[in-house]
Design a binder for this molecule. Structure first.
Ligand code: NAP
Length: 249
């Protein structure tokens, strides 16, 4: 029960890794607020988490994020743990990248996440903990992943800078970088049908030293560790949860 009496905001908490983390935080005593864009899955998520509150809010819409933070402030006066997890995929080789796709991915995965941090940290105090979802895409080049990798690599360096800026406020900020995790994200890649997804999965598994994909709750466990006082001397790190893909390949 590491999060008893803690107020936790999960941005992107209605699916995959974010949902697993939101459920795990609540199971360890937290009061959870979560966001997403999809009303139906927000409602399902809230129904699965005792005491949770859902907010329909697009992280690319900065005033909307500010409104969520104000709602949490009105309800509890503070955020103790912030998990910035919202993200979208976007595969295209160099010649196929469009400006619209680039801007869409970056408005969510980079700009939206940075401004979410700016807005939410306003109501965080000493001892607060922030975890941000990065990606192994920021650690190694994969053909077709330029748009997404650039956003996550930018996010990783920006978050290191902000971790340093938050030291005087005694707020820790860390990242988790998942490898291939079996979540709905894989099925949401534009232009990829079920057969393409199955082929992509086989290709990924063949390359992962542990020869399997990860599960959302395996990432959630890393998130909860970094967000908890168990990680009290850890800030500015980027924890790979990738079956050895980056370090052992
Ligand atoms: N799965 C992997 O293999 C993998 C690998 C490396 C990194 N990641 C990262 O892990 C994070 C979670 O992804 P996942 O795999 O769990 O995928 P997912 O099941 O598709 O979940 C993505 C989450 O982000 C939310 N989200 C997306 N765009 C949003 C927006 N504009 N505003 C607010 N919320 C938004 C989604 O909410 P809605 O459903 O309502 O849009 C959902 O809650 C992402 O940052 C992703 O880049 C995943």
């Amino acid at each position: 029960m590491r999060f008893t009496d803690k107020i936790v905001l999960v941005l992107g908490g209605n699916s995959g890794i974010g949902l697993a983390a939101a459920q795990a935080f609540a199971a360890e005593g937290a009061t959870v607020h979560l966001t997403g864009r999809n009303r139906a899955t927000i409602d399902e998520a809230v129904a699965s988490i005792p005491g949770a509150t859902g907010h329909m809010s697009d992280i690319a819409d900065i005033p909307a994020t500010e409104q969520v933070v104000r709602a949490v402030e009105q309800a509890h006066g503070r955020i103790d743990v912030l998990f910035i997890n919202a993200g979208v995929g976007g595969f295209a080789p160099l010649e196929g990248i469009t400006e619209a796709d680039w801007d869409h991915v970056h408005s969510i995965n980079l700009k939206g996440c940075v401004f979410a941090l700016q807005k939410a940290v306003r109501i965080m105090g000493e001892g607060g903990a922030i975890v941000v979802t990065g990606s192994i895409g920021a650690h190694g080049p994969l053909e077709g992943n330029g748009t997404y990798a650039a956003a996550k690599a930018g996010l990783a360096m920006a978050m290191k800078v902000f971790a340093k800026e938050l030291l005087p406020r005694k707020i820790r900020l860390n990242m988790v970088s998942p490898g291939p995790i079996d979540t709905p994200l894989l099925h949401r890649n534009p232009g990829m049908g079920p057969d393409d997804v199955a082929r992509l999965k086989d290709m990924m598994i063949a390359n992962i030293p542990m020869r399997r994909m990860g599960e959302s709750d395996e990432v959630a466990k890393a998130v909860l560790f970094l967000a908890s006082s168990d990680a009290s001397f850890i800030t500015g790190t980027d924890l790979l949860v990738d079956g050895g893909l980056i370090e052992l390949s």
